[in-house]
Design a protein around this ligand. Structure first.
Ligand SMILES: NC(=O)c1ccc[n+]([C@@H]2O[C@H](COP(=O)([O-])OP(=O)(O)OC[C@H]3O[C@@H](n4cnc5c(N)ncnc54)[C@H](OP(=O)(O)O)[C@@H]3O)[C@@H](O)[C@H]2O)c1
Ligand SMILES: *[C@@H]1O[C@H](CO)[C@@H](O)[C@H](O)[C@H]1NC(C)=O
Length: 323
């Protein structure tokens, strides 16, 4: 009986230690205020994106919720306005699974908003299926849609420098890989539609986020725009909504014990968006509000450059400029 009690006490202590040193995470300590600044957060009707948008609103920014569902985003905008006391929070329709929608979002934004100071590419999915343009969903939404969006907004970001592009990747980028011939033949980075493959596709798309940020930093040299990618931590959000019911059941207790809350989950994004003096680290990857080394495949400049060129073609950016 005593041994049992010791065991329980030991486990509780172990949990407390793990929680405080590994899970709770560091907080963004920047005092920066954003009055007069405009930010876009994609996928900000729920999860980490919503928590990020809330904090940016509290700091006085004009916050554009770039989301696909008007209903969900209007509800989030209402919450954020109420909780932040900032009424400069508005919804603009953006479906990253449609290149046409990305273009029309950018057009509307550029016409109606004079500034862009921070672009946060946050939206993400783990799911099988295809985008409107026939790309694998994770590749299309997590990478290609954000790739096009960023490119279409780049001139405005340059005009408003110092400005930033923050792309939410994930630790799972370490398990990602990029198979260009497969991408050319299947418009996807995986060869099938199983649950396992949709998780692999997610990892691959998160590697794309890291490589995109790396090459973007090269392209932005000599401008006042800097860019960062990051792992937000492990957070209980709706990201697992497309997993099977038993997979979700398995996750629930783990999530309650070990995952960050939403506010905690937004801290590294906020760090990359706000922390002063980060510019020399443009193109790099962060976790727990600190610089981190990316996985080996995330350091390959040749692959980063190739992904950029392929993405330009897939997103239809080259036709437009006629080159
Ligand atoms: N949660 C974690 O532990 C974790 C860990 C590592 C990285 N991340 C990354 O963190 C980011 C945010 O994820 P989350 O955990 O907050 O997930 P979430 O709760 O599922 O939120 C994802 C957001 O992306 C939006 N979205 C999905 N497809 C879209 C599309 N086609 N067009 C526009 N928006 C779309 C969703 O909108 P709807 O509500 O309309 O679907 C939602 O607002 C993702 O990039 C994810 O990869 C999360
Ligand atoms: C960057 O910002 C600095 C300081 O505001 C300014 O002097 C410089 O001209 C800017 N550079 C570019 C390329 O816009």
């Amino acid at each position: 009986m005593t041994a049992f009690l010791y065991l329980i006490a030991g486990l509780v202590w172990f949990y407390v230690l793990v929680y405080y040193f590994l899970i709770k995470g560091t907080r963004c300590s920047s005092p920066v205020k954003l009055k007069g600044k405009t930010v876009i957060v994609t996928g900000s009707n729920t999860g980490i994106g919503k928590a990020t948008a809330l904090e940016l609103a509290k700091r006085g920014a004009r916050v554009i919720l770039a989301c696909r569902s008007k209903e969900r985003a209007e509800a989030a905008a209402f919450d954020i306005r109420r909780e932040s006391g900032n009424n400069q929070v508005l919804f603009m329709q953006l479906d990253l699974a449609s290149l046409k929608s990305v273009r029309s979002f950018a057009e509307t934004f550029l016409k109606s908003e004079p500034r862009l100071d921070i672009l946060i590419n946050n939206a993400g999915v783990i799911a099988s299926g295809r985008t409107e343009d026939g790309f694998g969903l994770a590749f299309g939404v997590n990478h290609l849609g954000h790739f096009l969006l960023t490119n279409l907004l780049l001139e405005r970001l340059k005009q408003c420098g110092p400005s930033r592009v923050v792309t939410v990747s994930a630790l799972l980028h370490r398990f990602g890989s990029i198979d260009f011939p497969l991408l050319a033949s299947r418009k996807d980075l995986v060869s099938g539609e199983s649950t396992w493959q949709s998780i692999q596709a997610y990892c691959n798309s998160k590697l794309c986020n890291v490589l995109f940020t790396r090459e973007l930093a090269n392209q932005l040299e000599g401008t006042n725009v800097s860019c960062y990618s990051l792992h937000p931590g492990v957070i209980s959000t709706e990201i697992g909504r497309n997993l099977s019911p038993w997979q979700q059941l398995l996750m629930k207790p783990l999530a309650k014990l070990f995952f960050l809350d939403l506010e905690g989950g937004s801290q590294t994004t906020l760090h990359c968006a706000l922390q002063e003096g980060l510019e020399p680290l443009s193109g790099r990857y962060f976790s727990n509000c600190a610089l981190r080394q990316v996985g080996a495949r995330g350091r390959d400049d040749a692959v980063a450059k190739k992904l950029w060129e392929v993405s330009e073609r897939l997103a239809g950016l080259l036709q437009q400029t006629g080159s």
